[in-house]
Ligand binder design. Sequence first.
Ligand SMILES: Nc1nc2c(ncn2[C@@H]2O[C@H](COP(=O)(O)OP(=O)(O)OP(=O)(O)O)[C@@H](O)[C@H]2O)c(=O)[nH]1
Ligand SMILES: [Mg+2]
Length: 201
Amino acid sequence: MTLGRTSHRPRPVDPVTLKILVAGGFGVGKTTLVGAVSEIRPLRTEERLSEAGRPVDDVDGVEEKTTTTVAMDFGRITLREDLVLYVFGTPGQDRFWFLWDELAQGALGAVVLADTRRLADSFAAVDYFERRGIPFTVAVNCFEGADRFPGETVRAALDLDPEVPLVMCDARERESVKEVLVTVVEHALNRAERHRRHAVT
Ligand SMILES: Nc1nc2c(ncn2[C@@H]2O[C@H](COP(=O)(O)OP(=O)(O)OP(=O)(O)O)[C@@H](O)[C@H]2O)c(=O)[nH]1
Ligand SMILES: [Mg+2]
């Protein structure tokens, strides 16, 4: 038997896979964000917004919207050859809140997308991750036509902890979304490292 040189080559390592959630109010651009960044055809669970849903679905400010996520969005992005993110978009409407606990299981971190025209719609997502101690980053989806506010104003309005990163993004742009995801991963890893050091000392 001849042992070729190939046997000495390092074997490619399996990438680390991390789960990231994308949350935020109704129609803030979660499905758009997952679709923009995913390297596989994203799984979507969109249903048409129906007349029947009108009394419960708050479409104020998003009148153009014809569909809504009813379970989740799912996409995948390779950040580095050894680091793959599975990105889960949550449904934005209150009536699907019961799904959040399932989706949040095993998540390393989360993005709370916000629209400055309807900031209050993202309060619930901020509260959710704060309560559960899941590290998150707030990403303002800069819709054209929406007023631009300085980060500090948005931070104050959402009453964010100083350590929570806040970034501006365009949910339709792959590179912009990638930056958001890198921010979340770095924030979550830094926080885990701080907790670990704290536990040792
Ligand atoms: N102009 C502009 N439109 C956007 C942007 N992001 C999303 N949209 C549009 O806004 C609408 C809502 O986007 P979605 O991605 O469906 O929002 P969502 O947060 O997944 O909505 P739900 O699942 O119903 O909560 C769609 O018509 C998008 O095309 C953006 O950055 N700029
Ligand atoms: Mg959606």
